[in-house]
Design a protein around this ligand. Structure first.
Ligand SMILES: [Zn+2]
Length: 320
């Protein structure tokens, strides 16, 4: 705490001096650091239907390239699609075959792009066949053994314990598998920097303390990054929103939640600029390519402003 004559920049500089004792800045290749945006495609299988299939990935990638977007972000690719059946991160059968998905990623990698895969690192669909066994075992439990649940319409999910090795291994191994078998250059872990932490008192988890939530995610980030970079030295992790203790291990952050959640994003960028939070745009939702191109060229920072989703439409079916 201190008294100062100016605005929050004074506090941000002071905070930076303190936190730099405890964190390291990530080493990001210069060409990745210069990436100006990415195309988040949530429009494969997104409740309630299918908009695109794996065989369309090359054309979808080329569409983004016309707007200068070489970073292709794949969400809704998993069994039953976006926000469904988590954490069953296996290619949805109605979107194509595993080889269709691998071929799409290969096309991106061979044409000057990179593919990042979405997985959610926090929640388990309570309607999953595996919830009564694995989900219940991995879930956070409060001091009375109760679970924490979150609803993303129309589905309900239980929050998993990131400090439990069972959940850690599952997320780390998914990331490793995607990098190895699908050529994923990036792995995006949803909710890690945005959703609130909880205590966990489950004795079966055997973590050293009930408040190991953030330490658990640090372990996931550290190990997952190490594993994927053994496969591809340029591979990287991204998380939703930003967190300074996580920043040493991530290449970029997705900030799109609006002012209720992203209000501190500019402060984060000022006090820790080297952590390089990412930006994003959605080429498919806006049917006016010329308008999209002008947004990207005239307002290069537009996608990273707090609460500003450059082109929108990434949480539901593409409007007609
Ligand atoms: Zn636990």
């Amino acid at each position: 705490m201190g008294i100062h004559p100016g605005d929050w920049h004074w506090g941000a500089r002071r905070y930076r001096r303190w936190i730099e004792q405890y964190i390291a800045y990530p080493e990001v290749p210069q060409d990745l650091r210069e990436q100006a945006g990415m195309a988040p495609r949530y429009d494969f299988r997104n409740y309630p239907g299918i908009q695109h299939r794996f065989e369309e990935i090359p054309a979808m990638f080329e569409e983004g390239k016309t707007m200068g977007l070489e970073h292709f972000f794949i969400a809704g690719w998993n069994r039953q699609g976006f926000d469904n059946n988590y954490p069953e991160y296996y290619p949805d059968m109605e979107l194509g075959t595993v080889e269709d998905l691998a071929a799409g990623c290969r096309y991106i990698n061979e044409h000057g792009g990179m593919a990042t895969f979405y997985i959610n690192a926090r929640i388990f669909d309570v309607e999953s066949d595996y919830y009564p066994t694995l989900g219940v075992q991995w879930a956070l439990k409060d001091e009375k053994g109760r679970q924490f649940q979150e609803v993303y319409e129309p589905k309900t999910f239980a929050v998993m314990c990131p400090a439990y090795v069972g959940w850690q291994k599952r997320i780390i191994d998914y990331a490793t598998w995607m990098a190895r078998c699908f050529g994923a250059g990036g792995i995006y872990l949803d909710q890690v920097g945005s959703a609130e932490p909880h205590v966990c008192y489950d004795p079966v988890h055997r973590h050293s303390h009930h408040g190991m939530f953030n330490h658990g995610y640090l372990e996931i980030l550290r190990t997952a990054r190490e594993r994927i970079q053994k496969i591809n030295p340029r591979a990287f992790l991204m998380i939703e929103n930003c967190g300074d203790i996580y920043g040493s291990y991530v290449f970029g952050s997705l900030t799109w939640n609006g002012t209720l959640y992203d209000e501190f994003f500019n402060m984060y960028k000022v006090h820790l600029p080297a952590l390089h939070p990412g930006k994003h745009g959605q080429p498919a939702a806006d049917r006016r390519p010329a308008h999209q191109r002008s947004l990207f060229s005239q307002r290069p920072g537009a996608g990273d402003a707090p609460g500003e989703r450059l082109l929108g439409g990434d949480r539901g079916p593409v409007p007609p």
